[in-house]
Ligand binder design. Structure first.
Ligand code: T4K
Length: 414
């Protein structure tokens, strides 16, 4: 239970914890505390699993879960996996990607690693700053004779320019995969994410608004691909003692599937809470000059999973995003700098690609902060977080002066 120290509500910047005040929150507020559905129902399902002694490998809960997900997103096949990263790796392999594959750098490192892990070169492409997803014009310029595919990432649940990417992929004979780790229960032009490209990949990690503890899935309308994915997920077995493909172990276990089925029963509630939180942040920060909460497209179905605060340069030239992040952390507001510094500036890519510059990715990666949300965060928490943000952003020059006074002790905490 988070204990707010009401008497410590910050009135001036001198009260901030980095300058010696006590933290606003008595416990840490996270971006992605897991949402948990009906505990009784979950435990019932756990008991059924234990009673049946069928714990994994195409169990009854897994089958039911796959059917429910496929139905929800409107695709023929859902192949559930042990996590989103393995789902990406298997999808990449099943699609026959090799050589070079174009990906954004503004994404979680798993998108790039899933390629590099199997000896495929991720070729990082810049984003369109308006959508924060792959810039189709730049994708086209990045294609070489070695390119075999494109992986678009629907960052924060904001969808890629799917039509433009599909047109480029078709014209160049490239495979098109979407990393939809953030976009479960989102739509593009009224159609649910899941049915675009050759396949799409979801993550159901604990920190996602909809979770199976660990988990993920590949969804597709391609029968042949689905068959291959199922084989690859289970070592390539086509029957007892019969192996027809090279495969791995990507199976989702029954406990995860049971968590998924239980989470699905609360899906609408989770989205409603995310939506309420999103509007609360938008309302509270509406008039703040120097920062804005990234807007969701209300004409589409959204999961409202991430609250993305985009700082303007007018503010970051005075107080950097990293300084703001550390000020908030000291108040027990654990904001996240996703996806800093960008995959191309992380190893091994940084050493492999020393001269690569992606101006839009680099600028955004220095100005974005994800704020706490989900069912563990209340409207009153959000009001207080926003009061803190208004205090800091509205008094940036004064904060700068006090930070300068801290000197090396603050800088070394970077
Ligand atoms: N593609 C994209 C675009 C992705 O964003 C991701 C994953 C993937 C692919 C790969 O999917 P998975 O293989 O993960 O299924 C997190 C997640 O680990 C990762 O799933 C997610 N994206 C990424 C954006 O964020 P961290 O480093 O923030 O997670 P973690 O585990 O350190 O947790 C964050 C905070 O949440 C913690 O500080 C405390 C709190 N927490 C965490 C867990 C696990 C809890 O309160 N309870 C918990 O059980 O990476």
């Amino acid at each position: 239970m988070l204990m707010l120290r009401e008497n410590l509500m910050k009135k001036t910047v001198n009260d901030l914890a980095v300058f010696g005040g006590l933290p606003t929150f008595g416990g840490q507020l996270y971006v992605g505390r897991p949402n948990i559905g009906d505990r009784g129902r979950l435990l019932e399902r756990f008991n059924q699993i234990l009673d049946s002694r069928w714990l994994t490998n195409d169990g009854p809960f897994l089958r039911e879960f796959e059917q429910r997900i496929a139905g929800l997103v409107g695709v023929k096949h859902c192949i559930a996996m042990c996590n989103g990263t393995v789902a990406l790796e298997i999808a990449i392999r099943a699609l026959g990607m090799k050589g070079e594959v174009i990906v954004p750098s503004f994404t979680f490192i798993a998108t790039a690693h899933a390629l590099q892990w199997q000896g495929i070169t991720p070729v990082f492409c810049d984003i369109d700053p308006r959508t924060q997803t792959l810039d189709p014009g730049k994708v086209e310029q990045t294609i070489t004779p070695r390119t075999t595919g494109i992986i678009g990432v629907h960052v924060w649940g904001h969808t890629c320019d799917i039509e433009a990417l599909a047109e480029i992929a078709a014209r160049h004979g490239l495979k098109l995969l979407f990393d939809a780790a953030h976009a479960f229960a989102c739509s593009y032009k009224g159609r649910m994410i899941g049915s675009f490209g050759d396949a799409e990949v979801f993550s159901f990690h604990a920190t996602k608004f909809f979770n199976t503890l660990e988990g993920g899935a590949v969804v597709t309308n391609d029968d042949e691909l689905a068959e291959k994915l199922r084989l690859m997920r289970n070592f390539g077995f086509t029957g007892y003692d019969k192996v027809s493909y090279i495969g791995t172990n990507g199976k989702m276990n029954e406990i995860s599937a049971a968590m998924g089925l239980t989470s699905l029963e609360s899906l609408d509630e989770f989205i409603a809470v995310n939506r309420r939180n999103y509007f609360r942040y938008r309302e509270e920060l509406r008039d703040v000059a120097g920062a804005q909460v990234l807007a969701y497209d209300e004409t589409e179905t959204c999961n409202y999973q991430y609250i993305v605060l985009e700082l303007e340069e007018t503010f970051t030239q005075v107080v950097s995003r990293d300084e703001l992040w550390r000020i908030l952390t000291a108040e027990n507001v654990i904001a996240r700098r996703y996806f800093y510094p960008g995959c191309h500036r992380m190893e091994p890519y940084r050493s492999n690609l020393p001269g690569l510059r992606l101006p839009e990715t680099e600028s955004l990666a220095e100005r974005v902060l994800c704020l706490p949300t989900g069912t563990a965060v209340t409207e009153s928490d959000i009001k207080i977080i926003c009061q803190l943000l208004k205090l800091i952003i509205g008094n940036a020059v004064e904060v700068r002066g006090l930070l300068n006074g801290l000197g090396a002790s603050f800088a070394s905490g970077r």
